[in-house]
Design a protein. Structure first.
Ligand code: UD1
Length: 313
């Protein structure tokens, strides 16, 4: 079975990806600098003989190289990043270092170690605000944040380096990912993480706008399974793919599901729409389905039920 290095392993998507890899029988080395990740996210896999954890920063080339050389991965899943769009607006230098220079370093590491495959966490933020729906991979890349720009630049870095040095580079443009362990702390955290936190605490949620806005919400286990399956494929794959369900939900749909799990919860409070907010966003997963056989397994009702179950545990 494969040996996979996962950067950002202690993060939201990273920790689920580690679990998916272990379920599939892989040997996993997880690295994380714990800037936004938490060791507690790795509690479930901590005792697995298939898993080791190393605290390291992707920009600390020497340390990362020595970890990777002793582990000898066949594939790298690169999820370490500055993950907040808002933080990238406030600190574009840090965004550049983590989300562009970091990609360059991981690309060079892949060359040095002759890995077979890189899996990279890109984002639907590469498209920016588009009224051309559903979003397909060819839709214009009009990023409206340093974050989206860096993700798109990194796709070019990974695919160009992959062709130069002979590894596969799969860049996954995640849509709105949700699920257990997503951090609800900032007002710019994913809406579902914020809603979950508030319903659990018996507090009312705030809806910006009329709640009719749509997003293509995808459950984190679908994201993780796809990362793991791609990292473990025998034949390298290169390309950029939407990772989405193709089924948009409105915020009112989401609230309805929460209310069915939390009867008697306070009613939502409506406020003016946020400036710059996108009204509708959803993608089509046709290309990833063709290339990798991916299909989201979790409907929004099932994903939210899992998330809410994890809150009540
Ligand atoms: C994503 C980014 C956001 C960025 C935007 C534009 C994340 C988590 N968010 O937002 O930082 O500015 O792309 O590229 O990566 N909402 C509420 N109540 C809340 C929180 C949010 O009604 O408490 C609304 C928002 O106004 C929005 C919708 O929920 O209409 C979804 O919000 P969010 O989860 O932040 O996703 P994006 O809008 O896609």
């Amino acid at each position: 079975m494969g040996r996979v290095l996962v950067t950002g392993a202690a993060g939201f998507i990273g920790s689920h990806t580690v679990e998916a890899l272990i379920r599939k029988g892989a040997e996993v080395c997880g690295v994380d600098n714990l800037r936004t990740g938490h060791l507690s996210n790795l509690e479930e896999v901590g005792s697995s003989p298939q898993f080791r954890f190393e605290e390291a920063d992707i920009l600390d080339g020497g340390k990362l190289e020595s970890i990777a050389k002793s582990f000898r991965p066949d594939a790298i899943v690169h999820l370490a990043a500055l993950v907040s769009v808002q933080e990238s607006m406030d600190d574009p230098d840090l965004n550049f270092r983590l989300n562009v220079e970091g990609s360059h370093r991981i690309g060079v590491l892949a060359k040095e170690l002759s890995v077979r495959q890189i899996v990279f966490a890109s984002s639907a933020a590469t498209y920016g605000d588009t009224s051309d729906l559903p979003v397909v991979e060819e839709t214009a890349k009009n990023s409206i944040s340093p974050y989206g720009a860096a993700k798109y630049a990194s796709e070019a870095i990974f695919q160009g380096y992959g062709r130069s040095y002979g590894f596969g580079a799969c860049c996954f443009r995640y849509f709105n990912v949700y699920g257990p362990r997503q951090d609800p702390k900032s007002p710019y955290s994913g809406v579902i993480s914020i809603f979950a936190d508030r319903y659990r605490a018996g507090q009312s949620v705030t809806v910006f706008g009329d709640g009719g806005q749509t997003r293509d919400f995808i459950f984190v286990e679908d994201i993780a399974d796809n990362n793991a399956a791609t990292a473990l494929k025998e034949t390298p794959v290169t390309g950029s793919f939407n990772v989405c369900t193709g089924r948009p939900s409105t915020l009112l749909d989401i609230i309805r599901v929460f209310e069915s799990h939390f009867p008697g919860a306070p009613r939502p409070v409506f406020q003016a729409a946020r400036t710059g907010d996108i009204v509708h966003s959803y993608g089509t997963p046709a290309q990833i389905q063709m290339a990798l056989g991916f299909e989201a397994r979790f409907s929004i009702e099932e994903g939210l039920a899992r998330l809410i179950g994890s809150l009540k545990e």
